[in-house]
Design a protein around this ligand. Sequence first.
Ligand code: HEC
Length: 197
Amino acid sequence: MLQFKKKLLSGIAPVLLSIALASPVIASDAHHAHKGLNYGSFTKDNVLLTPKGYREWVFVGAPVTPKDMNDGNPAFPEFHNVYIDPTSWDHWKKTGEFRDGTVIVKELVSVGAKESASGNGYFQGEFNGIAATVKDSKRYADRPGNWAYFTFESYEAKQGVIQADDACAACHKANAAQDMVFIQHYPVLRAAKPGKK
Ligand code: HEC
């Protein structure tokens, strides 16, 4: 009998847990798609955990700094596939601004072939790592624009490595078109911005 009860409980617990985890999403979807659903997860010290699932977020652009145009050594080789989390995409479409909680991931991809059936060019090869930035006025109150920048030692790393302002933020602040994000290179963001129709 005791055996049976234990088994029953262990069968029910995951079900209850998954209902508990899913319900905030269901509740918010009913009123307002994605409202309040944040995609970043953090350590106690506000270091971003390695993002997962971002290839299913909204893809905003693919700048490429090929080795053969950068003395063999671009800062971030070579393609940069850039994704924004879905909640912040919704907010961008409504307001044209990056909300608190925005997560932007850039995934590095090598140049593979330089010619294909369509012609000569740069064709994506293999995934090569990620970098990310997060805007959060509470976690990163002291950072320029409240953005924190992260590199990742590998896809398997548990968490990112938070970067000093002069390593990343300074260049973004000086050169990016809006709120430290290089929207000048992301036609998807520009086209979705309110008033740009
Ligand atoms: C010398 C200037 C410069 C520095 C330094 C720099 N970046 Fe960037 N970053 C860019 C440019 C330009 C883009 C957009 C074009 C591209 O990807 O090449 C970009 C894009 C990004 C993006 C995509 C979102 C956005 O803001 O456009 C992320 C994420 C990012 N960088 C992270 C980092 C991290 C992390 C560091 C520090 C390790 C860093 N960057 C350092 C110039 C810089």
